[in-house]
Design a protein around this ligand. Structure first.
Ligand SMILES: Nc1nc2c(c(=O)[nH]1)N[C@H]1C(S)=C(S)[C@@H](COP(=O)(O)O)O[C@H]1N2
Ligand SMILES: [Mo]
Length: 209
């Protein structure tokens, strides 16, 4: 088919689809269809009967779930784009897990306005810090399935934090708990010079960006 048979409307729609797609890749990023593995240490393998998930810290009441209890919580499946600070982005990744809103629901955090931050804790010792508002309002999940299957150990299984609107180092693999605190405190990469917040659309890669 030569171009004379392609209607102007078709060309315009193709152009629009192409630019809408490009608008999903933040500055300085490229798209990959692969799923690279980036881990700062060995892959932990915690048996599910020893796994639990805690919400604790400077709050009135702590919460803890076993694996079986966690699976019985309301689940959501989300399709999101992810952006690694090493410059790859992956579009339309599909995850299933528990919204952090669901986990925080019974804590009455509105009565504890001093709690502004959290630190995610993981098997293996990795940590990352986030402002509390960035994990509320449908922006973060504790995911246990990727593409309809259990998350593989390399990608953070049995469960990982998923915070797709920030660089992917904030999405802590092998996550075991969220510590809610009043004062912000740098996590693993943040204390090694990565940006405290990590907005990919503002290219907040390193401290000072
Ligand atoms: N526990 C833990 N979580 C982690 C990391 C890590 O080293 N340990 N690496 C982070 C970084 S830098 C990125 S880009 C993503 C990589 O996730 P992936 O290996 O599933 O692509 O996990 C993040 N979460
Ligand atoms: Mo990363």
């Amino acid at each position: 088919m030569t171009s004379q048979f392609i209607s102007p409307g078709f060309k315009r729609r193709a152009r629009e689809a192409d630019s809408a797609f490009k608008e999903r890749i933040p500055p300085g990023q490229y798209e990959t269809k692969d799923f690279p593995v980036l881990s700062a240490g060995p892959t932990p393998r915690t048996p599910l009967d020893q796994w639990n998930f805690s919400i604790y810290g400077e709050i009135a009441e702590d919460l803890k779930w076993t694996w079986d209890e966690f699976l019985r919580l309301p689940r959501e499946t989300v399709t999101v784009d992810i952006h690694c600070v090493t410059k790859w982005s992956k579009l339309d990744t599909v995850w299933t897990g528990v919204s952090v809103d669901t986990l925080l629901k019974d804590l009455n955090l509105e009565a504890q306005p001093g709690i502004g931050y959290l630190i995610a804790f993981c098997d293996g010792g990795y940590t990352t810090n986030l402002p509390l508002p960035d994990v509320r309002g449908g922006k973060a999940w504790i995911a246990y399935e990727y593409d309809g299957k259990p998350i593989t150990p390399e990608h953070g299984g049995p469960a990982r934090l998923l915070v797709p609107h920030l660089y992917f180092w904030k999405s802590a693999k092998w996550v075991r708990g969220l510590k809610l605190v009043a004062q912000n405190k740098a996590g693993f990469w943040e204390s090694l010079g990565y940006h405290d917040y990590g907005d990919p659309w503002k290219e907040q890669r390193y401290a000072g960006d």
